[in-house]
Ligand binder design. Structure first.
Ligand SMILES: Nc1ncnc2c1ncn2[C@@H]1O[C@H](COP(=O)(O)OP(=O)(O)OP(=O)(O)O)[C@@H](O)[C@H]1O
Length: 227
């Protein structure tokens, strides 16, 4: 699903954020990406979603070679990817329902299909009865779950999350990580950048570690947590 071959990223100004990264993730796999602040985690996720381009090397995602993709193809490519952020980027003046419906509206789905899929996504994250609420009326953990529902409402093959539990207490963090594992169980490939080493260590997934832009652990898929 994800293939990086000797991928490097040098930002304007000269900082080399990623250095010759080579790794693969199989379809249906779930993995964590960890490393110190500034190690390059967000940069790696942004390159998968084509928010940033590599300076050198090759990236193939879901069979598509990103280096060769035209500007016109990018929106179609991105539809296969669900993105979850720490600060969830919800529209605060819109209801939970409207927030989750947004990607489907952009895709031009019918109101009937939108209703069906938004409710299915809210059901999966346990927020069906909150559809009319504004995000401000929800707890931090519930807001994060709305962000996850919005990311999965288009049924992406690949789910990327950047510090999705960064603002949550340990119990809510566990719930959010378990939710990602549920989506993985039904076939979605999941890659999560996280600082939360204690939580990661308790889950049975590969851990990839970045250090100063180099992948120092987990590149070959052979490493797993204790379970
Ligand atoms: N747009 C940019 N322009 C220049 N340098 C950048 C840019 N984005 C990130 N960097 C630099 O690249 C390096 C990697 O940043 P990145 O955000 O990928 O790290 P990270 O591991 O996600 O860190 P954190 O855990 O703090 O979010 C850092 O040194 C950062 O300052």
């Amino acid at each position: 699903m994800i293939h990086f071959e000797q991928v490097s990223k040098r930002y304007l100004g000269g900082h080399e954020a990623l250095k010759s990264l080579t790794f693969n993730m199989a379809p249906g796999e779930m993995a964590f990406l960890t490393g110190h602040s500034g190690a390059g985690k967000s940069t790696l996720l942004k390159m998968i979603a084509l928010i940033e381009k590599p300076s050198s090397g090759h990236i193939r995602i879901a069979g598509q070679i990103l280096n060769r993709m035209s500007r016109r193809q990018i929106p179609f490519f991105r539809r296969q990817i669900g993105l979850v952020f720490q600060n969830h980027n919800l529209l605060m003046d819109r209801s939970v329902y409207d927030n989750v419906a947004l990607p489907l509206l952009i895709e031009g789905e019918s109101p009937r299909e939108i209703g069906r899929r938004v409710r299915a996504a809210l059901d999966k994250v346990g927020l069906l009865e909150r559809e009319a609420y504004l995000p401000i009326m929800l707890s931090g953990g519930e807001q994060q779950r709305v962000g996850i529902a919005r990311a999965v409402v288009t049924k992406p093959k690949l789910l990327l999350a950047d510090e999705p539990t960064g603002n949550l207490d340990p119990k809510l963090s566990r719930e959010v990580m378990n939710l990602f594992a549920d989506f993985n169980r039904v076939g979605t490939t999941v890659l999560i950048a996280s600082h939360d080493l204690g939580l990661i260590a308790r889950m049975p997934f590969r851990v990839m570690t970045l250090k100063n832009g180099e992948l120092v652990r987990g590149a070959d898929g052979g490493e797993r947590g204790p379970n």
